[in-house]
Design a protein around this ligand. Structure first.
Ligand code: ADP
Ligand code: MG
Length: 700
């Protein structure tokens, strides 16, 4: 008989109403099932005993057998500390207590064998251990529970109310006794056999009470695989359902516009990656399903031309297209760029902005509804209810991290059928993360830069070297290059940041006086028209220096700009630094990125700067970023549910993740509805999982 795991923990021996209440409030544990799925955070290895003369600094926690030979009290700034000399046959060390001295003094005997456990620190050539776990050797020997001792997640409240780790272990033991350690299997026989996974009951036993390291490893592997497998199954199924349910417009041909452009007006040869991605997009849009594709490509990899050619396909099939950008500056730039590229094609393009005049808007609205307008470019303004297309076939969204999912779906509502959607981002998402978070989107990657680009040289300079940096700027400007100088602007700190920016601007204006030097300044407090004016002066080469906050971060393209100076670089995140650096290196000239910092830097910021200096590879940078910040931060909160993993770690377990994805895919290819007898277990588990909204809440 298998116990019903939906039983409330109140009924478990050793719990009772008070503890049950605490467990519910502090750890969200309501049922037997919740408890069995409370996996230990870590394990203490109590299989080995160290000798005092083999201790070394920074060892993880270790245990030593020996005797206390004497106690002494040492006065210190506040109060006193208790120090015991502890000895084994190889030497002596000290045990130190800062609290509870009276009790310890009374409880511990000298010249009696003890086992101590804790972290050994070397202080002036002598080892000590502060507040060790200490146990009589005799008791320790009788007590052999499990050599690998599980440490459960806890909270301050739990430990002050007496639910210690030892208590948790006891409660867990009771759970195993009551259930007989028998749990429903949640993976199919096939998977267990092919992947040599241990059965569920064995995995659960060894995750809580590992027999040895190997058993623990196998238990962890099985449970991690299971967790990732069901997430992947869910993502892939969602994608399949989306494709079968949400019909798109099948674009039957590539059309005349695409062909003419490709044959006669392409300004350069497409890179292999651009061609491959275009094929993927073409195939999507040619099918009956709506395209929902994420296009990733590092800054400067040439996403714009891919966007244009995709829009040409829509137009060639009699549809309209739109391109949305996150900022006014960027939408203007896209508009001008596309106008130039399309000048010999018979195509109409318009730009719609928040600042567009009423008469202009009216014209655009009319042209859109009559179908006269082929391509609409704009900012958020495109999403307004008044903007109605005759037949929107493709929506391209640039730099997706600025647009929320909600806004995207707003676009869909503009048609009876949703248009195909292409989301472009220059923020490379590490493959592992993309797999787990965007598993339900299709992904294309441009992983090749256009030929002839010189790698940007990146250096780190301290503020104290500013004069040298200024000399370098002067030399570059003499060579007719242009320079960006960027200041941080953090919302919480906006007032001070503006002051820094203006101070910086003044000092630059002093060192680079007119008329020899002309300086543009752009920041968020300026009116859009003024911003645009300043930006245009820089784009046209009328100014040599652009002083700005991060408004230029996204997408701005001035190929003649070859130097990017980032002030207070320690305050920027890695992906932002990488984005900013991508503003240079767009022309044929050697480009430079100079990261200015003060001498005060956190370890984390040192690592960021080092990474920037070492590599230009966006994917590598994204991986480091992921490690430094953790996945939740990178993706924002909306997807965090998916990242709320119980046992697997997206970064450390990326190999298992790949495995899990592969097997989920294979399974669904063979059995898309999970109707085969052999997959009944998986179907049932999947159903339970959807019911309880959490993969670890299903076994019952
Ligand atoms: P991003 O991916 O950052 O949006 P862009 O589309 O702005 O990059 O392209 C960056 C620059 O590279 C532009 O000046 C563009 O004209 C140029 N470019 C794009 N593709 C190619 C190519 N295949 N060969 C040469 N230059 C290219
Ligand atoms: Mg771009």
């Amino acid at each position: 008989m298998i116990t019903n795991l939906q039983t409330s923990i109140d009924y478990l021996k050793g719990v009772g109403p008070n503890r049950a209440d605490l467990l519910r409030k502090e750890l969200g544990i309501h049922t037997y099932q919740d408890l069995i799925n409370l996996f230990p955070n870590r394990y203490l290895d109590r299989t080995k005993y160290y000798k005092i003369n083999t201790l070394y600094q920074n060892t993880a926690e270790v245990q030593v057998i020996g005797k206390i030979t004497s106690f002494k009290e040492i006065a210190q700034k506040r109060g006193k500390r208790l120090v015991a000399t502890f000895q084994d046959e190889t030497g002596t060390m000290e045990l130190v207590w800062f609290r509870g001295q009276k009790w310890i003094r009374e409880a511990l005997k000298t010249n009696t064998p003890y086992v101590i456990f804790g972290k050994a620190n070397n202080f002036g050539g002598k080892y000590n251990m502060a507040h060790p776990d200490i146990e009589l050797l005799k008791e320790h020997e009788q007590n052999l529970r499990s050599a690998l001792q599980p440490i459960y997640p806890s909270t301050e409240k739990l430990s002050t109310r007496g639910i210690t780790n030892r208590m948790m272990t006891k409660i867990m033991q009771n759970l195993f006794i009551e259930t007989g350690g028998k749990f429903v299997e949640t993976l199919s026989k096939n998977l267990l056999e092919n992947l040599k996974l241990v059965p569920k009951s064995e995995a659960l036993l060894n995750i809580h009470f590992p027999k040895d390291s190997e058993a623990l490893f196998k238990a962890e592997f099985r449970l991690k695989f299971e967790e990732l497998f069901y997430i992947q199954l869910q993502l892939i199924l969602k994608n399949l359902i989306h494709k079968s349910k949400i019909k798109g417009f099948p674009f039957e041909t590539v059309g005349e516009q695409f062909n003419t452009f490709f044959k006669n007006h392409l300004p350069f040869e497409l890179t292999g990656a651009q061609k491959r991605v275009l094929k993927e997009i073409r195939a999507d849009m040619g099918s009956n399903a709506q395209m929902n594709r994420l296009l990733q490509g590092d800054v400067g990899s040439g996403k714009t031309i891919v966007a244009l050619m995709s829009m040409l396909i829509a137009i060639g099939n009699g549809f309209q297209a739109c391109l949305m950008a996150p900022t006014a500056i960027l939408s203007v730039q896209h508009y001008n760029g596309l106008l130039e590229l399309c000048k010999d094609l018979n195509i109409s393009l318009k730009l719609l902005q928040g600042s567009s005049k009423a008469s202009e808007r009216r014209e655009i609205h009319e042209m859109l509804e009559s179908g006269e307008l082929d391509i609409l470019i704009g900012t958020h303004a495109v999403l307004e209810d008044k903007v109605k297309f005759k037949n929107l076939g493709l929506a391209v969204i640039d730099e997706q991290h600025r647009f929320g999912v909600k806004q995207r779906s707003k676009l869909w509502k503009k048609n009876t059928f949703p248009p195909h959607v292409l989301v472009m981002t220059a923020t490379p998402i590490p493959r592992t993360l993309a797999m787990s978070v965007y598993g339900d989107l299709d992904i294309s990657i441009i992983d090749e830069l256009p030929p002839g680009r010189k790698a940007i040289k990146t250096v780190h300079r301290y503020d104290s070297n500013r004069l040298k940096v200024f000399q370098f700027i002067r030399a570059e400007i003499k060579k007719k290059r242009q320079v960006y100088i960027v200041y941080p602007l953090i919302q919480e700190n906006a007032q001070m940041d503006y002051k820094d920016l203006m101070d910086g601007y003044e000092s630059i204006a002093r060192d680079f006086p007119a008329p020899e030097f002309q300086i543009s300044i752009v920041h968020g407090k300026m009116k859009p028209a003024d911003k645009d004016f300043e930006m245009q002066r820089f784009i046209k080469g009328q100014t040599q220096i652009m002083v700005a906050t991060t408004v230029i971060e996204v997408g701005v393209n001035v190929p003649n700009a070859s130097v990017m100076i980032i002030e207070s670089a320690e305050r920027f995140g890695l992906s932002q630094l990488h984005q900013l650096r991508g503003r240079v290196g767009r022309g044929a000239e050697q480009s430079y990125c100079i990261l200015m910092t003060s001498h005060k830097q956190s370890e984390n910021s040192k690592k960021r700067i080092e990474t920037m200096v070492r590599t230009n590879d966006g994917f590598e940078i994204a991986e480091v970023d992921l490690k430094l910040r953790g996945p939740g931060d990178i993706m924002g909160t909306q997807q965090s549910g998916i990242l709320n993993l119980r046992i697997a770690d997206i970064i450390k377990d990326s190999e298992i993740l790949k495995h899990a994805r592969l097997h989920a895919k294979k399974l669904l290819e063979k059995d898309p509805s999970l109707g085969h007898e052999e997959n009944a277990v998986i179907l049932e588990t999947y159903r339970q999982m959807s019911k309880y909204k959490n993969i670890w809440n299903y076994i019952s």
